[in-house]
Design a protein around this ligand. Structure first.
Ligand code: TXA
Ligand code: MG
Length: 351
């Protein structure tokens, strides 16, 4: 399959490009598109054949449901049942934006899109290209992150090109994602809205909007036999680079000491060693095979934005041992660490 890449400027969207992308979707094809969180791999959410194609293109198990993306509030009522006052409040505050809500689904949504569940995840992205694309495509776009299953989510079109060339019809290049982490998922079918996946919209922000919030226990810990996450996708070892990643947590000087020792030892043993550090600490690791700077420690947004590109760089440079500082920053640290700990397969050393 030929994959066309089209560059689109968010401030000057050409209607011809959107018409073409919309035509592909209406004919059952697949188009990757930018959102403020990560790039999505879009197909017509109401077309079971398109959803099947999405699973095939990603190499993703088909019991893992897709998020349906909309561009206007009224369309929510065509696919979701029992939309509560709390949901309307959350939508009012965070849509369009990096929040996904789960509702009981209406029959219009095929089982293929929801992985056989009777619920549907819905999000209204704020990226203007995404909104125009969804509109041109008929209003309902099923889209997982546009990476091959198991790889880090794409935050630049080049990541999508890497994973999806030859597998989908079109890639819309809208520049780098401004947030860089997938949306917060809140299950609105629970008595108290329940966070299934942390993201840029924090639990505190949800609580402040609707009065209360709960968490799926799987958000905090290693997923084992007794604990099945409510978001099926959270059970997979996600976001993972090919090298062995370890996170070092603790007092700053102790972390630096540990990482320097581990780096020297790794190099001596002939490994290609990657170090994930910050503006403040990077100078300690000048001898690393690949030294990656996540940004200034107090700029959480910058750290979040860099995470996936950094994990991909490790693969590009064939890094086989990776040591990362901990990024439990105050606001979105929970979301950053949720992804990083998964990428590390829960390998975390406290010093
Ligand atoms: O920011 C995002 O959410 C990005 C962009 C493209 O919008 N999309 C994204 O999709 O991250 P994906 O497929 O990579 O992750 C969706 C997650 C999976 O963990 C899936 O199991 C969960 O949402 N999910 C989807 N529908 C669900 C449902 N009905 N009930 C529970 N979990 C659901
Ligand atoms: Mg994903």
């Amino acid at each position: 399959m030929q994959t066309t890449v089209v560059k689109v400027d968010e401030n000057c969207i050409k209607s011809g490009d959107m018409t073409e992308a919309g035509r592909i979707i209406r004919e059952g094809g697949l188009v990757a598109f930018p959102t403020e969180t990560v790039y999505g791999l879009g197909g017509d959410a109401l077309n079971p054949g398109a959803s099947r194609k999405i699973y095939a293109a990603k190499g993703r198990p088909s019991d893992n449901p897709l998020i349906v993306h909309i561009y206007r509030m009224e369309d929510l009522y065509r696919i979701a049942e029992d939309v509560s006052d709390s949901a309307v409040k959350l939508a009012g505050k965070f849509w369009p934006g990096p929040l996904t809500m789960i509702f009981k689904k209406k029959d219009a949504v095929p089982a293929e899109t929801t992985g056989g569940l009777d619920t549907v995840a819905v999000r209204m992205p704020s990226n203007k290209i995404a909104a125009e694309f969804i509109r041109a495509a008929g209003g309902f776009i099923a889209a997982p992150s546009a990476n091959l299953s198991g790889r880090p989510s794409p935050t630049e079109a080049s990541h999508v090109v890497e994973d999806m060339t030859g597998r989908i019809d079109m890639i819309i290049d809208g520049g780098p994602s401004v947030i860089g982490l997938e949306s917060t998922i809140v299950d609105m079918t629970e008595p108290v809205p329940m966070i299934l996946r942390p993201g840029y919209v924090t639990g505190k922000m949800v609580r402040e909007t609707v009065g209360d919030v709960s968490y799926d226990p799987a958000v905090f810990g290693e997923v084992n036999e007794g604990m099945r996450p409510k978001a099926p996708g959270m059970k997979y070892r996600h976001y993972a680079p090919k090298g062995e990643l370890t996170i070092i947590k603790g007092d700053r000087d102790a972390v630096i000491r540990y990482m320097k020792d581990a780096l020297d030892k790794g190099l001596k043993e002939g490994h290609r060693v990657g170090i994930i550090a910050t503006e403040e600490t990077r100078d300690n690791y000048g001898n690393a095979t690949l030294l990656m700077n996540m940004g200034a420690r107090d700029d959480e947004d910058e750290i979040a934005r860099h995470l996936y590109a950094v994990l991909r760089r490790c693969d590009e440079e064939d890094i086989d041992l990776i040591y990362s500082e901990d990024f439990s920053t105050p606001r979105i640290g929970q979301a950053i660490m949720n992804r990083l700990i998964k990428a590390a397969g829960h390998s975390l050393v406290e010093v």
